[in-house]
Design a protein around this ligand. Structure first.
Ligand SMILES: Nc1ncnc2c1ncn2[C@@H]1O[C@H](COP(=O)(O)OP(=O)(O)OP(=O)(O)O)[C@@H](O)[C@H]1O
Ligand SMILES: [Mg+2]
Length: 292
């Protein structure tokens, strides 16, 4: 049995099993520092409040974003699962409100050159996340790296975080352009939803979306949807300093309210089966398959 066949079997088996698949949402941006990690953790809090089990996967291997924002230190990361034989439950750290998180650590970088046994073990273990979570939020690193693009093409649902800064707008376009060129990108299988962050008011957020959408529509023909508008909020900056999601430390703040609206907007299309079709096992299978 060659590697491709092994993977096909895993995919077939996970498709045949009746277990529920988690909803996988990937949070990304062109430019760094625009609010991805804040969107990830606050969305996690809002989904928890809706009674869902949530796991955040920190896929930024350079920086340890989520653990800093949660003020919780993970004992293990994805590399320990791949190389030290840890199982998936052992690498999940519990943050506030029982939100689980997994630190990708150096494990993300090594995903591209794993042998078959490692891949089998990884896909099997990550597939178990479908049993442990209703929603899996993947916080990617910034920029147009191969690793980020691989995560995006494997994702059914991508949140593209953008701010009104001119560089954030142009970098969002560059990211989508690179995604569009990726041989495995399929616009039927990946929906891109824009989150306008750090805006003055809703109108500015809508104008920001309209601007990006016009260019993307014209040159790339990728449909974009506006799914959330988060105001610039000094309270959020304070929450970051306190290492606590604003949705917990100050749920009445303007930004926390906007995160509630974002979760509600996402929840309205939760029943769309396309978002649950592949789950985490399907996500990683298609990511690794794309490399072959
Ligand atoms: N809505 C907001 N209002 C005010 N400040 C914000 C807002 N969103 C983000 N920030 C500021 O931007 C900083 C970076 O946010 P965050 O860490 O979420 O970005 P990121 O995209 O994850 O960054 P990186 O690319 O480094 O991972 C925060 O520490 C905060 O100071
Ligand atoms: Mg971040």
């Amino acid at each position: 049995m060659d590697q491709a066949e092994g993977l096909r079997n895993i995919i077939k088996n996970s498709a045949l099993s009746s277990r529920p698949a988690a909803r996988v949402i990937t949070v990304t941006s062109g430019k760094g520092g625009v609010g991805k990690s804040n969107v990830s953790i606050n969305l996690a809090v809002q989904f928890r409040r809706m009674g869902k089990k949530v796991i955040i996967f920190d896929a930024d291997f350079g920086m340890a974003n989520i653990e800093v924002m949660f003020g919780a230190i993970p004992k293990h990361n994805l590399a320990d699962l791949i190389y030290q034989g840890k199982n998936i439950r052992e690498i999940i750290t519990m943050g506030p409100m029982d939100i689980g998180f997994i630190s990708g650590g150096s494990g993300i970088a090594s995903l591209s050159n794993l042998g078959k046994d490692y891949i089998d073990y990884l896909v099997q273990n990550l597939g178990e996340l479908d049993l442990l979570a209703d929603v899996i939020i993947i916080d990617t690193g910034a920029g147009i790296s191969d690793a980020v693009l691989e995560f995006l093409v494997a994702s059914p649902e991508v949140l593209l975080v953008t701010t009104p800064e001119p560089t954030s707008i142009t970098d969002s376009y560059s990211l989508l352009k690179a995604l569009n060129r990726h041989p495995s990108f399929d616009r039927e299988n990946t929906t891109i939803k824009v989150v306008a962050n750090k805006v003055g008011d809703f109108e500015e957020g809508r104008a920001l979306y309209t601007k990006i959408n016009a260019v993307v529509n014209r040159y790339l023909k990728i449909p974009l949807y506006l799914v959330g508008v988060i105001p610039e909020d000094h309270e959020l900056v304070k929450a970051v300093m306190q290492q606590m999601p604003i949705s917990i430390s100050n749920p009445n703040s303007r930004s926390a309210q906007a995160f509630t609206d974002l979760a509600t907007a996402l929840e309205t299309n939760a029943k769309d089966p396309v978002y649950h079709k592949r789950g985490m096992s399907g996500f990683f299978s298609s990511m690794i398959r794309g490399r072959q």
